[in-house]
Write a protein that binds this ligand. Sequence first.
Ligand code: ADP
Ligand code: ZN
Length: 691
Amino acid sequence: MGVEGGSPHVGTAKITRTGGAMFDAGAATMEEARAALSTYFGYDAFRPGQERLVSAILAGRDALGVMPTGAGKSVCYQIPALTLPGLTLVVSPLVSLMGDQVRALKAAGARPSYLNSTLTVPQQNTVLKRAREGWYQIMYVAPERLADERFLAFARELAGPDGIGIPLVAVDEAHCVSQWGQDFRPSYLEIARFIDSLPVRPVVAAFTATATERVRTDIVQMLGLRRPETVVTGFDRQNLYFGVEEMGDKAKALWIRDFALSHADASGIIYCSTRRAVDELAFALGRELAPAGIRVGRYHAGMAADERTENQAAFIDDLVPVIVATNAFGMGIDKPNVRYVIHHNVPESIEAYYQEAGRAGRDGDPAECHLLWNGNDFRLRRYLIDRGDDESELDDDARERARQNRYRLLSAMEGYCETTGCLRAYILRYFGDEGALGVETASAPAHGATGAAACAEGLSGGCGNCSNCTNPAEAEDVTAIAREAVLLVRATGGRFGRALVADALHGANTERIRQYRLDEMPGFGTLASEPVAHIKDVIGQLIGRGYLSQSQGQFPTVALGPRAVEVLEEAPGKPFAFTMKRRAGGRRAAVRARQAVDLLRDEASRDARPRVGDDGALFEHLREVRRELAIERAWAPYMIASDKALRGMCRRRPTTRDELLEVPGIGEKKADDFGDAFLAEISRFEDENRS
Ligand code: ADP
Ligand code: ZN
């Protein structure tokens, strides 16, 4: 089978090819997969979604994994790659990160490779030659490569009768194949053609962190997945706190400064929507945080490539804890210990937001995500949509569709900013993962009008870990306004824009009102005591949450939305209720960022095992050891061991290699390579503190 040497090697003998078309996974295979998980990565068990996907792949079935960042997608294809005979291909758009992924796999004791334009032609030849000889278990390639004649010939040979076999093609960031998402890459359309051209069809597994129902359907179709085992897991990231704060532009900078100061030891990302905002904020923050010894980096596509790479590396290596960046930063960065992600501006969609915010807390420890916004953010976004930069090669129809799509995505973002309900519930509903955490279905009407704001969006009791759940007092009951607005929109047949509807409800005496005879409508003036601006806000919210809908174009009109029935036909016992955030008005941008939990103390109190000396002090020692090991090898510290693994050592105080292997995140290879260094440090520390 051509899988050779290379330690540690997991047996593959029980897997045989049948009929040249499929891999027959014996009953032992999941056991082998679990063994590989422990040997290479040091984990005891698959997470539930991983388990289903891996066993489907090993059984020869296609798979689709939709999981949020940090849920552990890579394991789903890496473990099959490491246990199946032959070479697994991983299609990934993130050329700049392939090197990192390969290094991390090597550090775990696997035999990975990548093939992309950063390699010279002789280097590429060497990689291909070794791959033919069965040297590698896994190869990362960019999608463009799949159309390359030389690569095609190579792949056909490999998958042919005399080749070592291609058991699996894994497609990372699979949403790039869909024009409904925002990361559409035409080169992803090559993937299906590539797979069809192979003499033996491999198992195809697709993975993405962000996919709505529509994008999911596209992925299956465009990649030609055959009855894939589909797992949509845990969009809920329980360890993340979500906060939304409306404030002026100046207040944002101050807020971020204070936040960074009160989280001085933590690593964080601050996203801005423009390069200029990045430059300005990075400069101001850098100056203000310097006295506290906090370094601030910056990253955007307008900087020189060298500087970008350098800044990114400094951030990953924990040398510069705070980075201010545009969305060009972070695709695929899997730094596990990012403790906060702050959005200085509103991103273009919930998908983008959740992906970027999701870079916090990949290690599973508590982390915070804050979105700061004001009306300027939405104005800028609309301007960018109308300008339609990256759509020059589309025809008029396609461009218009793309534009409408972007407006739709943005209006969901607006809803997120404005909702008084649980922010987590809002996001989960958006991704269709409402089963999580007892979130009710979208069509269920809201709870009683007076309940906590958290209930209004349908999460029973709230998640308790978002700004709307922990700070519900700011909700304003606007049920009456909302009801009148929906009724008037229905009565007028959805022919008018937001301003005119608001004017009519307020009872304004304007020429346009008279022109359209709105003053003769039954709803005219029913909200005379409400300011027009306030009514308009409520209508905006109704649009954002799907009770009303708004057409696109220069003179958008407001019509009934899919949830209008909840207002028009209230279910018995579940009256319609609508709340929204009280307008900033005199309210100082009230910001009480929940302090990050003192993790170490927390975890220690759960464990009664007697320990010598302070865990926090030992942690610092182990970090130092890790840093030295990392410098020796020119690796990122987390590739040596995660923060979580170090904390595990502080708690368990292993004295032998076997005890060290009990620490989550420490596999055989890591124990071999670094075990002695850590064990020695622990023992030295305990000796010193044992007086
Ligand atoms: P994704 O690709 O979905 O963003 P990763 O594959 O990078 O996520 O995994 C996120 C984190 O979870 C990593 O630190 C990874 O090592 C860890 N992880 C993955 N699978 C498991 C598991 N079964 N048990 C414990 N930790 C895991
Ligand atoms: Zn909540």
